[in-house]
Design a protein around this ligand. Structure first.
Ligand code: MCN
Length: 790
């Protein structure tokens, strides 16, 4: 059932939080008034294009730029030797065993993935720049390549960096090895699984893009770019190009999606800024779709062997996991965090597992630096847990729903300390299971499945009881596990003299509807009309500080920072009102925008009037500063832990391998909802991408490291007709430790969906004994699995 939206001016102020008000950003986006980076035009602007390696792995010899330099319209050609700056991309997440080989912005001796740049050309038009980039003549000596982590870690594999050290980037473990092996010694049943979680390319609609402008007089360098976190980009870029942080200004205009790929620091953005500074003219760079495929950080890329121990009653007693993670050619900004902090810590799933041990080995390979793609680490964990749990239920002949139920962490056991570092703050897993089973009519489906099989039709149901940790955060745990940055969020809420509000927040939305939901939060806290609240984010000049948008953190961390600032404003206002009414501040009550003295509601003062008084400053309490604004840095005590149960029903044709997703039920618990329509939209988008991973998507490279799926013709993203009408429901278990009671929703669908679909397909194929097919479940793979099992 789809949620109806409502115009904000039809909602009473006390109901604005939690209402499905229409997204205020949509009119500009759908009428072509939005400003994306490529829309920015400047007089005298130049265009940059890169000369990129056609090889996955090669030595670089002479680079001859003369032909390119001689072309009409070419302003300059730069190679690594031309820039006198550090020019190395840093890593923001350090593990004890981590190797950090240099990651130059331009390769000079060796290229390590197809698309690695060796030169940039700046010209007076995009077309000339592109042609001249092709005219740079680079001498390459091709080397053997390796693209999967398993192959990269095998004996005798070609190595990418220091030859003596092989391709191991790090070795990491979490949990209790001894306790876990004891659990396997005592086990009544052991379930084994080997699986691959393939590499995916984010494919945001808007490719990466940058416009940089330099003012030599002031030394100000302004960078407009498609960023999920302008403040972090400013910090990192200031080191890479050696420009003082306070003279570097990073702004994200409207951003057409990111899905994780616009968090990291890439070479191209820094190169655009360097060219602008060097030439003292504005420079624009916009990635082509092909460049996006070849150079945007892909996500996932795990090869895992795991086993689960069960006792005689079918309770899980131990879980042991060995994962090889693809990190690509160099370390991307947060890459080591994804298969460790964001993966290993989630391996308890929704289950009470007394012993867990996980080992992860990160491997360098000849693919672009791998980092976050929607979900980042948590889909890998959830996929593994929900696949092996399904397999365990099958192995002991138990119903998969009931097997899950009896192993769930009980709703009375929260907070629940897992064996893998994190403490789940709240949850009620049976509630989402029951809601989903009810919605999908599980028992009736089992009967229908039996009857259908008699008619030669293969139907299957797949369950996914997912949990995720998001609202990233908390800085202390992140620090213990390797982060080189805090994970707080900041806000500045300013009530103007006329009573309207501008709220600045350090998140940087790129499709999630922050202008709408954050206005709802501020309007609710201050009791000021929704339409009087303006949200500003994504600009280092306007927003004092920020950590950006990823890890579904904006509502839980950014939203909470807004609440804290708004509450400081209410407190100051209370003192002003107490002074005006000659009362004690403790006796002044505040209710949705109006103050009055307890017991005397007839004499009230609106917060917007208080704002006027705060700026007029004619009659303020002694020692009080004029003005009405407040700043907060909010650092949560814990992650937030959304959870849910997704169930898919599929039909599979064993003769052709064709799969149809017939029904998809998603029951999610994201705590209190600020805007149920936006929550529903986030679930829809996430599930579509999760179904995409299960059935269609996957980056494939040949043995030389050439990307075989380098365009939208070869890399299949799901089309609307391939996604069924989604049936969404929710339960509400508020987060106990943030002031809004919210949990994140931005990645939930992507985390939940792949295993719901894969479990459904193997359920359908149980009569053939098929338990495993590698994602994406293409028709060929399904057909082969059935043929091999026959
Ligand atoms: N929200 C809510 N109630 C809640 C939780 C969230 O109303 N209980 C609202 C929030 O206020 C916000 C939206 O839902 O408007 C998403 O909030 P949140 O879960 O905090 O996630 P973020 O805003 O931090 O977004 C990041 C997340 C990630 S990590 C990826 S990847 C992703 C995603 O969001 N990429 C997206 N959703 C995307 N949506 C679009 N259109 N484009 C992307 O690139």
């Amino acid at each position: 059932m789809s949620i109806e939206t409502i115009d904000a001016d039809e909602v009473p102020i006390e109901e604005v939080l939690g209402s499905a008000v229409k997204r205020r950003e949509d009119p500009s986006l759908i009428t072509g008034r939005a400003e994306y980076t490529d829309d920015i035009q400047r007089p005298n602007m130049l265009h940059m294009a890169a000369t990129r390696s056609p090889y996955g792995h090669a030595k670089v010899g002479d680079i001859d730029t003369s032909e390119a330099e001689a072309m009409d319209g070419v302003e300059a050609v730069f190679t690594a030797a031309d820039f006198d700056v550090p020019g190395e991309i840093p890593v923001g997440w350090l593990l004890e065993s981590l190797r950090t080989p240099p990651h130059p912005i331009l390769a000079s001796e060796r290229v390590r993935y197809q698309g690695d740049a060796v030169a940039v050309v700046v010209a007076d038009s995009r077309a000339v720049a592109a042609d001249a980039a092709q005219a740079v003549d680079v001498e390459y000596e091709q080397l053997d390549a390796v693209t999967s982590p398993g192959d990269a870690l095998a004996e005798g594999a070609p190595t990418l960096h220091d030859e003596d050290d092989g391709n191991v980037a790090f070795e990491w473990e979490l949990g209790d090895a001894e306790k876990t092996s004891a659990a396997f010694e005592d086990a009544d049943e052991i379930v084994d699984i080997d699986l691959v979680n393939q590499l995916l390319i984010s494919n945001p609609m808007e490719p990466r893009a940058t416009v940089a402008e330099y003012d030599a007089g002031s030394d100000d360098l302004r960078v407009h770019m498609t960023s999920q976190n302008p403040h972090l980009h400013r910090l990192l870029m200031s080191g890479v190009i050696d420009h003082p942080e306070q003279k570097l200004h990073v702004r994200a205009p409207d951003v057409g999606g990111g899905f994780g790929a616009k968090i990291h620091h890439y070479a191209d953005e820094a190169l655009t800024a360097l060219c602008a500074r060097e030439l003292e003219r504005p420079v624009k760079w916009v990635a082509t779709r092909t460049e996006g495929f070849q150079t945007d950080a892909p996500g996932r890329g795990h090869e895992t062997s795991a086993r689960m121990a069960l006792d005689a009653d079918g309770h899980i007693t131990g879980f042991e996991v060995d994962t090889k993670a693809n990190l690509g050619a160099y370390l991307s900004t947060f890459a080591p965090a994804v298969p460790t902090y964001l993966y290993g810590t989630l391996l308890s799933g929704q289950y009470d597992i007394p012993a867990i041990h996980v080992e992860v080995t990160g491997a360098f390979t000849n693919v672009p630096p791998v980092d976050a793609y929607r979900g980042a680490g948590r889909p890998e964990a959830s996929y593994l847990v929900e696949r092996i749990v399904t397999q365990a239920a099958r192995q002991i002949g138990e119903d998969p729903a009931e097997f899950r139920r009896k192993n769930f962490v009980d709703s009375d056991d929260f907070p629940y300390q897992t064996e893998v570092a994190v403490e789940y703050d709240s949850g009620d897993y049976e509630k989402t299971l029951d809601a989903a089973l009810d919605a999908i009519d599980y028992d009736a489906f089992r009967e229908e499945q039996e009857l259908a099989r008699e008619d030669g039709k293969y139907l299957g149901i797949g369950l996914s009881a997912y949990i995720e940790a998001c609202g990233l955060a908390p800085s202390e745990l992140a620090g213990q596990l390797g982060a080189q940055a805090g994970l707080w969020e900041s806000s500045l809420v300013r009530v103007h003299q006329s009573g309207t509000v501008t709220a600045y927040v350090g998140t940087s939305g790129h499709g999630q509807g922050h202008a709408t939901t954050f206005s709802q939060i501020v309007a609710d806290e201050l009791g000021i009309p929704y339409d009087d609240v303006e949200i500003v984010e994504g600009d280092t000049d306007e927003v004092p500080q920020g950590m950006g948008t990823y890890g579904s953190r904006s509502a839980a961390v950014g939203g909470s920072a807004l609440v804290e600032s708004a509450r400081k404003i209410v407190e100051k206002s209370r003192e002003i009102v107490a002074h005006q009414l000659e009362a004690d501040a403790e006796d002044v009550e505040f209710d949705h925008g109006t103050f009055h003295v307890a017991g005397a509601p007839e004499q009230s003062v609106g917060i917007q009037e208080v704002a006027g008084a705060a700026y007029l400053a004619h009659d303020l309490p002694d020692d009080m500063e004029p003005g009405l604004e407040a700043t907060s840095f909010y650092d949560p005590d814990n992650f937030v832990f959304p959870f849910g149960l997704h169930a898919a029903i599929v039909s599979v044709d064993p003769d052709s391998g064709e799969i149809e997703v017939e029904r998809y039920v998603a029951v999610d618990d994201v705590g209190n909802q600020i805007n149920p329509k936006i929550v529903e939209g986030q679930i829809h988008g996430g599930v579509a991408q999760g179904i995409g991973q299960a059935l269609y998507e996957g980056a494939q490279y040949d043995e030389n490291g050439t990307l075989l799926t380098g365009s939208l013709q070869d890399y299949t993203v799901p089309k609307a007709e391939q996604i069924p009408e989604l049936e969404t429901e929710s339960t509400v278990t508020p987060c106990p430790h943030n002031p809004l009671g919210v949990k994140g929703v931005g990645e939930a669908g992507t985390i939940a969906a792949p295993q719901a679909v894969v479990n459904a397909v193997t359920d359908a194929l149980q009569p053939f004994g098929v338990d495993d097919i590698e994602m994406p479940l293409t028709e060929e793979r399904v057909w082969r699995a059935v043929e091999e099992a026959k």
